[in-house]
Design a protein around this ligand. Structure first.
Ligand code: SF4
Length: 286
């Protein structure tokens, strides 16, 4: 419980003054409407995983590099290498749009939802069209040169939400966006206090026509008093149900099937969390 508060202040939930529909929340809805609802409407999000600071370091270095060319109005060597007719865009809002707690924002009138998403970079071509750019970092035997993994579908949706958001902010945005994909080398001869990266530019042609229909579904979900079903690609609810039935099975009651379990496993009585009844209340929702 040191880093995870299962019951946050209600002003961060749907309807609260701090609540916004971020790009990652849209993705959570598409992954599992149930988890989305429990998080955004009821105020209990999944326990977070630690952030990978090596990725943050790569993002930071790339940002610094591209910013030098942004202020000099020159193309970055990667843009030249790939023959891309673009330079880092010197837009007045670029720093706000890259800020995690700000990002590109748009109030979607039909649903009355405030949508937000923080971009990594924005380029502009010689025709004045803006190009959305996202930085990615990983480490593998072979460099990533295309978007082919299942998790890459989320990256594509991410790009499309950014393109949609910037268009709603009045920018002329190209359908083509780029991922600056950095793959840390696992096969260096020696470490020598540094990890080398292969850097590839991967283009992606976005299509944002799914965004508004999904916003309508999200609105309906948030307004509903019924918790939606789980998504297909997560095993945790299955794990939870099985675990719950296991716990009740080993309860030492006179009618419990636990008596037939030999030897009976010892199950520690769960400690009541500091937030007490709140957690128990939400637990029954799964
Ligand atoms: S299946 Fe359960 S744990 Fe997994 S994402 Fe959905 S609600 Fe959350």
């Amino acid at each position: 419980m040191a880093f995870y508060n299962p019951k946050r202040a209600s002003n961060w939930n749907y309807g609260g003054s701090n609540w916004k529909l971020s790009r990652s929340k849209i993705d959570l809805f598409m992954e599992c409407p149930r988890c989305f609802y429990i998080d955004n409407k009821l105020g209990t999000k999944r326990p977070p995983i630690p952030s990978f600071l090596i990725n943050t370091a790569v993002d930071h270095q790339l940002k610094k590099e591209f910013d030098v060319h942004r202020s000099n109005n020159t193309a970055h060597p990667l843009q030249t290498e790939y023959g891309i007719d673009a330079k880092p865009a010197p837009h007045e809002k670029i720093n706000t749009w890259r800020e995690n707690f700000e990002g590109v924002q748009y109030f979607h009138e039909p649903t009355k939802l405030m949508i937000s998403g923080a971009i990594d970079d924005l380029w502009i071509d010689s025709k004045g069209e803006y190009i959305v750019v996202d930085y990615k970092a990983t480490a593998k035997e072979a460099p990533v040169t295309e978007l082919s993994g299942e998790w890459h579908e989320g990256y594509k949706r991410q790009m499309e939400v950014y393109q949609w958001l910037l268009r709603q902010n009045g920018l002329k945005v190209s359908d083509t966006g780029y991922f600056v994909y950095c793959t840390g080398k696992l096969n260096q001869e020696s470490f020598d206090k540094k990890i080398e990266f292969d850097v590839h530019l991967i283009s992606y042609t976005g299509k944002d026509d799914w965004v508004e229909p999904v916003l309508e579904k999200i609105k309906a979900c948030l307004e509903s008093s019924t918790i939606p079903n789980s998504g297909k690609n997560c095993d945790y609810c299955a794990w939870y149900y099985t675990r719950s039935s296991y716990e009740s099975a080993v309860k030492p009651t006179s009618t419990s099937p636990a008596q037939s379990l030999k030897p009976a496993p010892k199950v520690a009585k769960p400690k009541k969390p500091k937030t007490g009844s709140d957690l128990s209340k939400n637990s029954v929702l799964f």
